[in-house]
Design a protein around this ligand. Sequence first.
Ligand code: ADP
Ligand code: MG
Length: 215
Amino acid sequence: METLTKGAFIAALNRMITTFDEQMEALSRMDAAIGDGDHGISMARGFHSVAERLRAVADRDIGTIVEMVGSSLTGVIGGATGPVFGALFTELASQAKGREALDVADLAEAFRRALDAIQAIGQAKVGDKTMVDALAPMVAALERAAGEGVGMDKALEMALRAAEEGRRSTAQMKATKGRARYLGEKSIGHEDPGAASFVLIVRALLEGFRAERNG
Ligand code: ADP
Ligand code: MG
């Protein structure tokens, strides 16, 4: 069975570190349109901290590695993003504790838990124009993939497509959570930066999986 191995996770994290560095300005510009323009800087700062701490835990299990990512993001990023994206990885970590590989059903369960935790923290529902609009359909896609018994590559591709569609759907929404809510109607027409960041994370997972599989 195709699994997401520890090597794939580390490859994915390295991609996230590079991507959030490269996309820093683009993400901050998206945030400037509807928020305070710091989202790219916050994510880049968070993943710089991940980069600094990765080597120290690279020989541990997936749970320990992903737990470090969660605590780095929560610790370094303030505002709304720290607790939200921190919880994403902290919940994945609890599913991956002691594990060297995860299958599609594990991933579906882990991201479901992450969605529940993020909604408990921030009270955002689908339609509020946040990263939840990308995460919720991605979880549904993973659950569908697990139910259909498809392989990891297909499952992650379904997950990425659902997250991208969710990100695009935020353009039509009026923000009611986070700083963007102060703009009300004026937030319509712009995609949500947090949803865009979540898509980058899912894409990195797929790319990390493929890089590891292809050696
Ligand atoms: P801040 O709003 O503190 O400046 P960022 O700019 O880094 O933080 O992040 C903004 C992103 O955080 C938004 O684009 C949105 O996706 C996400 N966000 C804001 N509030 C919530 C919430 N309650 N639940 C989930 N995500 C949220
Ligand atoms: Mg901001």
